[in-house]
Design a protein around this ligand. Structure first.
Ligand SMILES: Nc1ncnc2c1ncn2[C@@H]1O[C@H](COP(=O)(O)OP(=O)(O)OP(=O)(O)O)[C@@H](O)[C@H]1O
Length: 368
């Protein structure tokens, strides 16, 4: 049975939990989640992370959910990871952050129930050559801008602020409209207002995305997320995995390769998508410069997530404006073309020409 209720202090304390004000999540029974996921059947497995595995499930009201189930090897550690993720994700509310719907407290390590994000990870769409969604610069820029918006929100608007800790393309999911949603708060840290860094008890992260400064000092900062986001931007631009292996089997430093291409004006040789448009090239160059700034070895020299997000939003708005302009120019062109052809064909009756023109406009709109 599903019951919606404010989580009781007692339940949380029994589970080693921290009490959060105004927290509203749904409490699921273990049996309900077993049924929803067909007892965590293999074909329901969406993926596996450090904390455990994620399964898709259908509730009795047909809502599709993603259930995060701990590996359960070290109960104390798993409980800590769970508590952290739970306390962070239940407090954030942003259209570009995956929503926590509820949890189940009957299991040894509680289960987390998330909204189901149907189109997989950004990583899959960048690296799976069969995926067409990122074929256009328009979508790459939009997804980058949406993910940046979520991270800016976590750093400066969430109360309390949050360092995500493991920003990478696997942790950016795409929903049914291909809108980006930032996920996986297992390594995240809640900050006090005004606080921007924390001494980590253990260094967590994925090679290739890890801020070199954090790696050296053990201090995780909001700027560590900015570095990792810079790596995601490079991935979006080049289609290369940050820890990729070349054909000859050597480990490639994708970041160095990217920066040297940018500095030597070879950027367009290493892009992962085709663009013939000069306006787009300017935008791509601006995003590449932004990525370079994020990848500065010193955190203080990197832009803030707000600056990154504002710049991407500005570029996205410019891009949309130029797309709209192109569309109207093409419509004008079609109108011009049709009137010329009518001149050639001994002037058709007025009502017929109007029909042809409107049909052409309609076809144009449909194909776009
Ligand atoms: N809400 C969701 N909807 C759909 N799929 C999801 C959802 N959450 C996670 N997944 C899938 O499950 C996989 C595992 O997610 P999880 O957050 O546990 O770990 P991870 O990000 O892969 O690794 P780690 O936690 O070690 O960084 C994701 O890569 C994604 O494919």
């Amino acid at each position: 049975m599903i019951c919606t209720k404010r989580i009781k202090e007692k339940n949380f304390q029994e589970n080693g939990g921290k009490i959060l004000k105004n927290q509203r999540v749904r409490i699921f029974s273990e049996a309900e989640l077993v049924k929803a996921t067909n007892n965590y059947a293999d074909d329901r497995k969406l993926g596996e992370g450090g904390f455990g595995s994620v399964y898709s499930g259908a509730l009795t009201d047909n809502t599709v959910v993603a259930v995060k189930k701990s590996k359960g090897v070290d109960k104390a550690q798993m409980n800590e990871e769970f508590q952290k993720e739970m306390s962070i994700v239940s407090q954030v509310n942003h259209k570009n952050v995956v929503k926590l719907l509820g949890l189940c407290l009957e299991t040894k390590v509680p289960l987390l129930v998330y909204e189901f994000i149907s189109n997989g990870t950004l990583s899959k769409h960048i690296h799976d050559k069969g995926s067409r969604i990122l074929a256009s610069w328009t979508n790459r820029l939009r997804v980058a801008s949406e993910a940046a918006l979520a991270l800016d929100y976590l750093h400066s608007l969430a109360d309390p602020p949050v360092i995500h800790g493991v920003v990478k393309s696997v942790n950016i999911l795409l929903d049914s409209n291909y809108t980006a949603k930032v996920a996986d708060f297992g390594a995240s840290v809640l900050m006090s207002p005004g606080q921007t860094d924390i001494l980590a008890t253990k260094i967590q992260g994925t090679l290739g995305y890890l801020d070199p400064e954090y790696l050296m000092t053990g201090i995780l900062t909001v700027q560590s997320d900015v570095y990792s986001f810079g790596v995601v931007l490079v991935e979006l631009l080049t289609g290369e995995k940050p820890n990729s292996i070349s054909k000859s089997g050597e480990k490639r430093n994708v970041i160095q390769h990217f920066i040297s291409a940018l500095e030597n004006n070879h950027l367009f040789k290493i892009l992962d998508f085709q663009t013939a448009d000069e306006g787009e090239m300017d935008e791509i160059e601006a995003v590449a410069e932004l990525a370079k700034g994020c990848l500065n070895s010193m955190g203080v020299n990197r832009p803030t997530m707000k600056e990154v997000s504002d710049e991407l939003a500005k570029l996205k708005a410019l891009h949309q404006k130029s797309l709209a302009q192109q569309n109207s120019e093409e419509t004008d062109y079609l109108l011009g073309e049709s009137s010329q052809s009518f001149c050639k064909n001994a002037s058709p009756p007025m009502d017929q020409s109007q029909t042809v023109i409107s049909l052409q406009i309609e076809n144009y709109t449909n194909s776009n």
